[in-house]
Write a protein that binds this ligand. Structure first.
Ligand code: ASP
Length: 437
């Protein structure tokens, strides 16, 4: 059927985005009157935007936990779980390594930062050490699952939900009662996500207008080379790498994929947080792209936590930029080290705004560049954060589709149907579609 409600909503969200950019830039250029600044920009827009992001975040923990428990119980055997995990991890790391390599190659060719006057930006930055990988591994096991949920610690929630789901499956008839309950909860939570989706045009409009009204584009000028190099690199990953991988590894139509990415892309762009976007990402891969819940519920939160291709690209371009500004030559070994550390840093980067800059300290430290260099790029980071988060989320969806395809868990008819993703599908999951039922 033509133009279902979800399409109308997507259109409204995109219109809200464009209107927000135009109005925000206009407000910034013309300078809002003090009362307008106080009542509208710092008042109304801030409240609506913050409430919208808070509402999205409100859904993340219950949605991930419940969805993952239901998803795990739908898997026929435990071996499948391990296989899916290994495939997803390998693809997430590989796409990130490809991303940094593209970023470094472009930055090497364009040479951003050459002839840059470091006196032009006055901001300062003091780095924070990233946790070592061993600690990341230890921290994956929650010593207190309630605390993990309260803190929204995604990896710990994933580990607990997986173990819980496996135990439910192994508990026979008693497990089935619990599973029924979780299946119902899953549908209820999806209803709540739908409410937030309906508010999205207002939320996105408020977030974008305020960001552009307060950011200003003047800061971009001295950093144009850095900004444009990174933008080009992100575009290559988005329009080149993912389409190619989808075609080669999943025999999937990249154009359909990109069209269906509009909702999560708009959310990622306006919130600059892959974590807050999880409800929309999950909803999109399941109902618009036809990925089974048993795969998506696992790979989407995992990707939001460990897969940050856009962030790693920023770190690659930023490293070359800072090296150029300080007149330091990077050797081939340095480049390889950047690929390795940026890939690992992406695993350790939290899925919230601005953290990519913090883990950049790890990358710079690895190749002996001054951490203070980050102060040079901090001024334009918000806008780049919005763009790289969009790439981060697109990477999560691409890998999810490829893994699902390889596991025979992607409904090709849904993927190919441009009208797929009706509100009804999202809120009326079949009751107990798992084999154990
Ligand atoms: N904002 C990014 C994300 O949530 C992380 C970052 O690059 O700072 O994916």
């Amino acid at each position: 059927m033509a133009a279902p409600e979800s399409h109308r909503l997507t259109r409204q969200i995109l219109i809200a985005m464009v209107a927000g950019i135009v109005l925000g830039v206009g407000l910034n250029r013309l300078g809002a009157a003090p009362w307008l600044q106080m009542v509208v920009v710092d008042g109304l827009l801030q409240v609506v935007g913050s409430v919208f992001v808070a509402a999205l975040k409100m859904m993340v923990v219950p949605l991930v936990f419940v969805s993952l428990v239901v998803g795990v119980t739908a898997l026929s055997d435990l071996k499948a779980l391990g296989r899916i995990g290994v495939k997803a991890l390998a693809l997430y790391l590989a796409t990130t390594a490809i991303a940094v390599t593209i970023a470094l190659a472009l930055a090497g060719m364009i040479g951003p930062g050459q002839g840059f006057d470091a006196g032009q930006t006055a901001a300062s930055f003091s780095g924070k050490a990233a946790p070592p990988l061993t600690q990341v591994l230890i921290d994956m096991v929650p010593s207190n699952p309630v605390a993990a949920m309260a803190e929204g610690n995604m990896l710990q929630i994933i580990v607990f939900a997986l173990l819980f789901g496996v135990a439910v499956t192994m508990s026979g008839a008693r497990g089935k009662h619990v599973l029924n309950f979780f299946g119902d909860l899953d549908v209820i939570i999806m209803h709540m996500v739908e409410w937030i989706m309906r508010l999205a045009p207002y939320g996105v409009f408020a977030l974008i207008t305020r960001t552009f009204a307060t950011q200003g584009l003047d800061l971009l000028l001295p950093l144009a080379a850095y900004f444009l190099t990174l933008t080009a690199a992100l575009a290559v990953q988005l329009l080149g790498t993912y389409p190619l991988l989808l075609r080669l590894l999943g025999s999937l139509n990249p154009l359909s994929f990109l069209k269906k990415m509009r909702d999560p892309a708009a959310f990622a762009f306006s919130t600059a947080s892959s974590g807050a976007t999880i409800p929309v990402t999950l909803r999109t891969v399941e109902f618009k792209m036809g990925v089974k819940n048993s795969i998506a519920a696992f790979t989407v939160p995992m990707g939001a936590t460990i897969n940050m291709d856009g962030t790693a690209m920023m770190q690659g371009v930023a490293t070359v930029f800072i090296a150029n500004v300080y007149g330091i030559d990077l050797s081939l070994t340095d480049y390889l080290l950047v690929v390795l550390t940026a890939t690992l840093a992406s695993v350790g980067t939290a899925a919230v705004p601005g953290v990519g800059l913090v883990t950049l300290t790890m990358v710079l430290g690895q190749v002996g560049l001054p951490v203070e260099g980050i102060a040079l790029i901090i001024g334009v980071d918000r806008l780049l954060d919005m763009m790289r988060t969009t790439v981060n989320v697109t990477g999560d969806c691409a890998v999810t589709c490829i893994v699902a395809h390889s596991e025979n868990a992607l409904d090709q008819a849904v993927f190919d149907d441009p009208a797929a993703g009706s509100v009804e599908a999202a809120t009326q999951r079949p009751i107990l579609s798992h084999p154990a039922a």
